[in-house]
Ligand binder design. Structure first.
Ligand code: HSE
Length: 432
């Protein structure tokens, strides 16, 4: 039986998962592939940590070049993450004639052009299924299954950590910090947790999806990005009362005027499929002109689901290698860039939570400012009665322009009766 040799760069959580799958499912994969997959070398700076698996110590090295320059290695799997040295290693691997599999969303989001151009130049495959949605085959779906569609919109819950935190806060009322620690123990969280909770990881993944769905380049700074750190259990409880769930949503929409590209906490109707996506699960709701709406759902973070996507890429590339690597390789090159719409132009409904002094006339002051900005009120709730002290008041608006909402809140937050910065959450009632 033929043997395909793999070299691993980075032996962390996902790398360990890849080794586990290739050990425990080797016969199964060999039968399906018609060749065996063999890990020839593993490079990592830390070779001492106990990963709970057995490997031949002779294959271990601290020098990535031992992998990249090994003529016997067919596929390099980059699981280091971050920009450097991962970028250099990926480019060097391609120059050395290796096929590459990577889970590196930050790198592909920022330097996708350089990486995909290098792969194209070399005529070599690059697999990056694990970069978005953990074990969910969204990259393959967009580039193969949905390829005949003009994609109209993508709504994604694509950060496991943020979804885990919001679910726990809403369902158990647990504290943010306790939940984050739990997620860290489970291996979901980035080395720097702000990347997850501030929406940066979601924006990286959205940039990759936009490239595939709309064929356009997008700069990370063109994606409006807002995290979940200002959302409190109180807001989640109010959301429930109004029939909504709050999710950190990645949103990309396209029409003749350009594209919307944004990441922010979003209220979704409780009975929508996306609202039911809990814990570390991810889901991507894609609407295409031919297929209509389609949702992919699965575990978006963690050792084994992410490793499953990596192994899927390795097998696909191995198949092409076994076939002589002749067929056409998918191209991920993108056009110059469609116009990204300004957030100020966005029209939608909003949840506004004020923290105000409990005194007659306060609501009148707030609604007067909203009225001046053409913002119409759909409903209002005040909870509790604490005369002269601060209480939360929630207003749900009818459709309004984001620019007007921002300007109205600037004025409202300067009122003497307002005791804290107003929290506002965008509502998404139309899912496609
Ligand atoms: N930190 C990421 C998440 C891991 O929580 O989704 C998967 O990309």
């Amino acid at each position: 039986m033929k043997k395909i040799n793999i070299g691993l760069l980075g032996w962390g959580t996902v790398g360990t998962g890849v080794v586990k799958i290739l050990q425990s499912n080797s016969a199964l994969i060999a039968r399906r592939l018609g060749a065996s997959l063999f890990i020839k070398r593993i490079a990592d700076l830390d070779l001492e940590r106990d990963r709970g698996i057995k490997v031949d110590r002779k294959i271990l090295t601290r020098d990535a070049r031992d992998v990249i320059n090994d003529p016997g290695i067919d596929i390099v799997v980059e699981l280091i993450g971050g920009y450097e040295p991962a970028k250099t290693y990926v480019l060097e691997s391609l120059e050395a004639g290796k096929r590459v599999v990577t889970a590196n969303k930050a790198l592909l989001a920022r330097d996708g052009d350089t990486i995909f151009e290098a792969a194209q130049r070399a005529g070599l495959e690059i697999g990056f299924e694990a970069s978005v949605g953990g074990g969910i085959p969204i990259i393959r779906s967009l580039s193969e299954g949905f390829v005949g569609n003009r994609i109209q919109s993508i709504l994604g819950i694509i950060n496991g950590t943020a979804n885990y935190i919001l679910s726990r806060m809403s369902e158990e009322g647990e504290e943010f910090v306790t939940i984050l620690k739990g997620a860290q123990k489970k291996g979901y969280v980035e080395a720097d947790p702000t990347i997850d909770v501030e929406g940066i990881d979601t924006a990286h993944k959205l940039a990759i999806l936009i490239r595939l769905a709309f064929g356009t380049k997008i700069k990370l700074k063109a994606i409006y990005t807002e995290g979940i750190t200002r959302i409190t259990p109180l807001d989640l409880a109010f959301a429930n009362e109004f029939g909504y769930r709050v999710k950190l949503l990645a949103i990309a929409k396209r029409d003749k005027a350009g594209i919307e590209a944004r990441v922010h906490p979003t209220m979704l109707p409780q009975n929508s499929l996306l609202a039911g996506v809990r814990d570390v699960f991810n889901a991507i709701y894609v609407t295409g002109d031919a297929m209509g709406p389609m949702m992919l759902y699965g575990q978006g973070a963690g050792m084994m689901p992410t490793a499953s996507a990596v192994v899927g890429d390795v097998v696909e590339i191995a198949r092409s290698l076994l076939g002589g690597g002749a067929g056409s390789k998918p191209t991920y090159l993108a056009s110059k860039g469609l116009k990204v719409k300004d957030m100020e132009e966005l029209v939608g409904q909003y949840y506004l939570r004020f923290w105000v002094v409990d005194r007659p006339g306060v609501l009148a002051q707030i609604s007067a400012i909203l009225g001046k900005h053409q913002i119409s009120i759909a409903s209002v709730i005040q909870k509790g009665r604490r005369v002269g002290k601060a209480v939360p008041i929630v207003i749900m608006t009818h459709e309004a322009r984001e620019g007007e909402i921002r300007r109205a809140l600037e004025k409202i937050d300067r009122l003497q009766v307002v005791r804290d910065k107003t929290v506002f959450v965008r509502i998404e009632n139309r899912l496609n």
